[in-house]
Design a protein around this ligand. Structure first.
Ligand SMILES: [Fe+2]
Length: 273
């Protein structure tokens, strides 16, 4: 083999090796809103796909508990198809005591035993919000948290049926697995949409957040992570926690725990006391 070919292979190996995931990031965001009266810490866990062998489970659990969140939001794909849920449930069990809210992702929706899976989630303290919303008072702030489950095929929801889930003037949060449903979210009167699904685009251009591909978004997808404006509200997308997807490793795209701080925003003309 010629010397420059060897150097080429070494360079490709180094680029790939450097980009393989070696740690879970903790990524912080802040949103201020007039409906928020206290500083609240929300942790978002998404797309774990039951990928929590013991060492990883312990690390994830400790890191989440150390954040002392007011609540945990899970927009789907925490478990996996084909009877893979025990590691996820073991993780959630260690978080019992922290209010946890979940809605079903596409990988869970495919399961014939979804009802018993959701019952196991509930047994460890998870509130399942599949096509319903509930009032969640935290400190002096009223949150209203809802969720819409993934549906098979192209069965998207109408804006009216999703908007009808909410009934209060509290800060409205909708858990919905798919960020590519952004056109739906733009028509809903909610403050925050929390999604996952895209896994950050699986492979990223080195040292950028630009993913290569995502389901229903094709190449170089727009909605894979971060905060996006949705007209009336904002959409927060988690890059998820699973390390591989169908055997394909992430590249330059670490799994992440998302931490969202909700803060009061002073109304114009009001004085801070
Ligand atoms: Fe997923």
């Amino acid at each position: 083999m010629k010397l420059n070919k060897i150097w080429g292979l070494v360079a490709v190996g180094a680029v790939v090796g450097l980009g393989l995931p070696y740690k879970i990031d903790t990524v912080y965001y802040e949103i201020s809103d007039e409906k928020i009266n206290d500083e609240l810490c929300l942790v978002i866990l998404s797309d774990l796909h039951d990928d929590a062998p013991e060492k990883r489970l312990n690390e994830l659990s400790k890191r989440v508990r150390d954040l002392k969140p007011d609540l945990i939001l899970m927009p789907g794909d925490m478990a996996e198809e084909r009877n893979h849920q025990d590691r996820t449930i073991a993780l959630l069990k260690t978080l019992t005591g922290i209010p946890m809210y979940y809605t079903t992702g596409n990988h869970e929706e495919y399961r014939w035993d979804l009802t018993s899976l959701l019952a196991r989630f509930q047994d460890v303290g998870v509130t399942v919000l599949d096509n319903r919303a509930m009032e969640v008072p935290v400190k002096n702030t009223l949150l209203e948290i809802g969720g819409i489950k993934c549906r098979r095929g192209a069965g998207e929801y109408s804006p009216e049926e999703v908007s009808d889930l909410f009934h209060t003037d509290g800060y409205r949060i909708l858990l919905s697995h798919k960020p590519n449903w952004v056109e739906l979210y733009e028509q809903i009167d909610a403050d925050l949409f929390v999604s996952g699904h895209a896994h950050g685009g699986q492979w990223c251009i080195p040292f950028t957040k630009q993913g290569l591909a995502a389901p229903s978004q094709g190449l170089f997808p727009k909605y894979t992570s971060g905060i996006h404006e949705t007209g009336k509200g904002k959409m927060l997308i988690s890059r998820g926690l699973v390390r591989h997807y169908h055997g394909l490793p992430r590249l330059y795209n670490n799994p992440e725990i998302v931490v969202l701080t909700l803060k009061p925003r002073i109304r114009e003309g009001e004085k801070e006391s």
